[in-house]
Design a protein around this ligand. Structure first.
Ligand code: HEC
Length: 269
């Protein structure tokens, strides 16, 4: 666990300075330096530890652990599993990302209702999310593994095509699509660099750096959360957790990151 708590205090202390920093190349450099400084003691480790405990603990009406959950590489295999997700699962006859697969395992193995399994998908500062902890634990087991999301099954190809369509679909009060904010290099909103997600390098870096511990929120955030929040920025209706649309969009982004080593849980401002 190293000095996570001390690092957390440091991060909080650094935050106001960051908010006041002027936009410009200097800011980007500062944020990068600050990321580097925190990289050896990411508070995400606290979520990982809690997630490991949740994975192993007997829970739900059936009082069994998740250790027999098949994330795609065989029952209980966690190492490298995230680097090949989303993918098609024959037992559910659909494409699933990590979260929808975990919900599936909570329902089938542990006997939870869907409502219980999807309760509080994202933490809110005072109440932590079990789902985000599980995601932190499992994704950490793919650190360094090269992304290799499959397009073998017809439903995997369908999900990719649907995700691509959603990415370029314009609508809402501002007539925005994801591409409006994410298809040009060098764009920035306030202090934040906007990755060009249609360009391989940016797409790889963006996808492989989630989940991330968000210093500004004191929370670990998953890719499902990232997409939920970008739907909000786009003034679209709320993206339903583990919905077909969220999985398809994840498939599009994850597949476009193929070839890059997975590098999360990361740390972000
Ligand atoms: C109104 C502009 C806007 C729209 C539209 C938008 N985003 Fe974003 N997106 C952002 C901003 C701003 C950030 C950076 C947020 C931050 O750093 O806090 C971001 C970050 C991201 C990231 C993480 C990048 C990284 O390197 O960490 C991903 C992935 C992403 N958006 C995907 C999407 C997808 C998919 C859509 C369409 C559903 C979308 N965005 C729509 C503004 C937008």
């Amino acid at each position: 666990m190293r000095n996570s708590v001390a690092v957390l205090a440091l991060a909080v202390a650094l935050c106001p300075g960051l908010a006041q920093a002027q936009a410009g190349d200097n800011t980007v450099k500062k944020i990068e330096e600050y990321r580097q400084a925190l990289v050896d003691g990411n508070p995400a480790e606290l979520w990982e530890a809690r997630g490991e405990d949740l994975w192993k603990r007997k829970r739900g009406p059936k009082q069994v652990s998740l250790e027999a959950c098949d994330l795609g590489l065989g029952a209980g295999v966690i190492k490298g599993a995230y680097a090949v997700l989303p993918r098609y699962f024959a037992d559910a006859d659909r494409v699933m990302d990590l979260e929808s697969r975990l919900v599936h395992c909570m329902m089938t193995l542990q006997g939870m209702s869907r409502a219980d399994a999807t309760r509080r998908p994202f933490g809110n500062g005072t109440e932590r999310s079990d789902m985000e902890a599980l995601v932190a634990f499992i994704t950490a087991e793919s650190k360094g593994v090269v992304m290799n999301v499959p397009q073998r099954h017809a439903k995997e190809r369908e999900a990719y095509a649907l995700g691509k369509q959603i990415f370029f679909f314009r609508g809402g009060p501002h007539d925005f699509s994801c591409a409006t904010c994410h298809s040009e290099g060098g764009k920035r909103i306030r202090l934040q660099d906007l990755p060009n997600l249609t360009e391989t390098k940016d797409a790889q870096r963006a996808y492989t750096s989630w989940p991330a511990y968000r210093v500004s929120q004191g929370e670990l955030r998953s890719m499902q959360w990232r997409l939920f929040d970008c739907f909000r920025q786009q003034r679209f209706p709320a993206l339903e957790f583990t919905s077909e649309a969220s999985v398809a969009l994840t498939m599009f982004l994850a597949r476009n990151a193929n070839g890059a080593p997975f590098a999360a849980p990361a740390i972000k401002r």
